[in-house]
Design a protein around this ligand. Structure first.
Ligand code: WTA
Length: 654
């Protein structure tokens, strides 16, 4: 493909760590020739070890790889303590609330707050190394303190996104067998309060015997129910905690956190990350991909409930000694200029967001960025879903004023950090293209048999060698880990990591991500399993069968489209159907959360199934899109069903 290329503005990246493509290629070659030497070098150079590691990579029990074997480290010390000498008065976190309230937390203050928090968990709640702590938190600095406090005492945190329902929260608490839940009374969104503590109460009311204590950050919301002996006030307890809590000595491979994410089948999976490898890559990618410099102010708009918030709001920026902005609100409230106003006010140098946010901001205010001084910006990042060329161009030309580098970063909860991305100081980019694997990451586009796909043909996006920040296992389910990631593609006799994404590599080696090829859908950059949504919908008493697919959406990337078959005795007149749609969405909101509500729910007489009973989702996807059916339908149990479904969809649309 011979699209035009955009070259880095060298003036902006004068002392970059990777200055040009020659330096990039040297690093790539080094990693190819001496993989362990390469990673060992960075681990020694970048991390403050309590005890050095003995071996870089242990592959003896593949795919359960071990990195930096024998090394001892503490991630909170890597993120905080090591900066105290040189950066104690530097802002570590700049917080801005939904309503415009502000707070600056220096590295020294962060040190004190995290140490006190760690002492509270350890001494008052008896949390020990290896215990699981669930966080159900809004975007407030205490959420970051809580994560780092867990890391300090060796507890394994599991952050659950604040938009998940009580049921979804309970599922995650139960799976992780958490001892403590940390929450806040409430939060604000678009100027309106919403409550979190009642969701925790409802989750625990359903029965979570492992949970001993709930710690509540109080933000002065009223009418919060308090359960004596279980609920404790952070605000009351924190003051009396000592300022120093010695960091626990952690093995490189001890778990650091769990983060639940959706797969193509079954319940969400507790992706388990470990200490040293994760923090190494979080820090290095901040330096390479965001070109983070001592005086930069960096802003990632994600929520800490997702991996982007973990790696690129909390762990990566702090490990790199940067100033990270934490924002409680949404970039479109009170108006489409909010984000740009913040960029101007804080003189943001790196701005990182999702394509959906870019499309919304574009739609709401084509020229809005021009009203603000955005000249501090150097790097503009995108993540979470494929970006389309028009959104890319607007980001580049209007937000970046044609001078910033755009980094389209491809990665996943499981990869811990960026895998494929331009280096802003070096890579000539093609619009809407993630470009090349980062040095040391062996990403490739393959066929199922491990052979390379022809240039410009779609294939499976795989990573052919283990990397330090990779998922270690699925919490409590080693078999599912192997099956989910190491069973689809085999190269040279060895299973390799398959991401679930499709991709295209052109003749120059540029990789463009085409999206999921499994039953995972990506709505506004939020990853959801169709199986999960289907099992929620099945809880509605009138639903006999259901199939959920993603339908391309101009703003959200994909929207949720559900086909349902009603039980035989259900009256399916149109009036009923409207009511039913509402009810089904309520069931989804209860079981998962509002983010999983369906945009379309269509009652159909049956699903297109093969004679062996498999639902042909490709047909359902094509019908949702309004496409002609090209697939052979003669193998269906009932070939006439396709026309009937098409008719139901066109009726629902009219
Ligand atoms: C998608 C988010 C295209 C992809 C960090 C992946 C992307 C899933 C990109 C992971 C990108 C992420 N271009 N698609 N730059 N980045 N994705 O686990 O489908 O929430 O598999 O991690 O998001 O979503 P997750």
């Amino acid at each position: 493909m011979l699209e035009e290329k955009y070259y880095p503005n060298k003036e902006l990246f004068k002392d970059a760590r990777i200055k040009n493509m020659c330096e990039y290629k040297d690093l790539v070659e080094w990693a190819k020739e001496d993989y362990e030497g390469y990673w060992g070098h960075w681990a020694k150079e970048k991390l403050n070890w309590i005890e050095p590691f003995e071996k870089v990579l242990d592959e003896s029990n593949a795919p359960f790889y071990k990195w930096f074997v024998g090394g001892k480290i503490n991630v909170s010390a890597q993120c905080i303590d090591r900066h105290i000498d040189s950066r104690k008065n530097k802002a570590a976190i700049i917080f801005e609330g939904d309503r415009g309230d502000k707070q600056i937390i220096t590295y020294l203050e962060l040190y004190r707050n995290v140490n006190r928090f760690a002492n509270l968990l350890k001494n008052e709640f008896g949390v020990k190394k290896g215990d699981r702590v669930v966080l159900y938190m809004p975007m407030i600095p205490e959420a970051a303190y809580a994560m780092l406090a867990c890391a300090r005492i060796g507890a394994i945190h599991s952050v659950v996104f604040g938009g998940f329902s009580a049921e979804a929260l309970r599922d995650r608490i139960l799976d992780a067998q958490a001892k403590v839940v940390i929450t806040a009374d409430g939060a604000y969104r678009k100027g309106k309060p919403y409550m979190l503590k009642p969701v925790v109460d409802a989750a625990l009311d359903g029965g979570c015997p492992s949970v001993e204590k709930v710690l509540v950050v109080q933000r002065n919301f009223e009418d919060v129910v308090w359960i004596g002996g279980r609920d404790y006030s952070y605000n009351e307890m924190i003051e009396s905690q000592a300022d120093v809590c010695e960091p626990e000595v952690m093995d490189s491979e001890d778990p650091l956190f769990l983060l639940y994410t959706s797969g193509s089948t079954g319940k969400p999976k507790g992706v388990q990350h470990s200490q040293a490898g994760y923090i190494l890559w979080a820090q290095m990618t901040m330096e390479w991909v965001f070109d983070i410099k001592e005086n930069d102010t960096y802003w990632c708009t994600a929520d800490i409930g997702w991996i982007t918030g973990h790696t690129y709001i909390v762990y990566g920026p702090l490990a790199a000694g940067a100033t990270t902005v934490m924002f409680e609100g949404v970039p479109t409230y009170p108006d489409a200029g909010r984000a740009w106003k913040m960029v101007q006010e804080y003189k943001i140098n790196q701005f990182y967001t999702a394509p959906t946010a870019i499309r919304v901001l574009h739609k709401l205010g084509e020229d809005e960025p021009k009203k603000y001084d955005l000249s501090s910006l150097r790097v503009l990042g995108t993540v979470g879903e494929p970006i389309d060329p028009p959104a890319w161009k607007w980001y580049y030309e209007v937000v970046g004023n044609g001078k910033c580098s755009i980094v389209d970063t491809w990665w996943q909860t499981e990869t811990g950090g960026h895998m494929i991305s331009p280096i802003p100081s070096a890579t000539p980019v093609k619009p809407a293209c993630a470009t090349f694997p980062l040095p040391g990451i062996m990403a490739d586009v393959l066929n199922r048999d491990g052979s390379s796909v022809e240039p410009n043909e779609q294939g499976l996006l795989c990573i052919t060698k283990p990397w330090p920040s990779m998922i270690r296992t699925i919490w409590g389910d080693d078999e599912r880990f192997k099956k989910s990631y190491f069973s689809d593609v085999v190269k040279d006799g060895k299973p390799v990591y398959f991401s679930g994404d499709g991709a295209i590599k052109d003749e120059e080696g540029y990789i463009t991500i085409t999206g999921r090829v499994d039953d995972v859908i990506n709505v506004s950059g939020h990853r959801m399993g169709t199986a999960e949504i289907e099992s929620a919908i099945k809880k509605h008493p009138h639903v006999a069968e259901v199939a959920v697919v993603g339908k391309p959406d101009e703003i959200k990337g994909e929207s949720i489209f559900a086909y349902i078959v009603l039980k035989a005795d259900t009256d399916d007149t149109l009036g009923e159907e409207v009511e039913l749609t509402k009810e089904i969405n309520e069931v989804i909101a209860t079981e998962i959360g509002n983010i999983a509500k369906a945009d379309a729910i269509v009652v159909v007489p049956g699903l297109p199934k093969t004679r062996s009973g498999k639902v042909m989702r490709r047909i359902l996807r094509a019908i949702a899109k309004g496409e002609e059916i090209k697939q052979d339908t003669s193998t269906l149990e009932d070939p006439t069903i396709v026309a009937k479904i098409q008719e139901a969809v066109s009726c629902a649309n009219c």
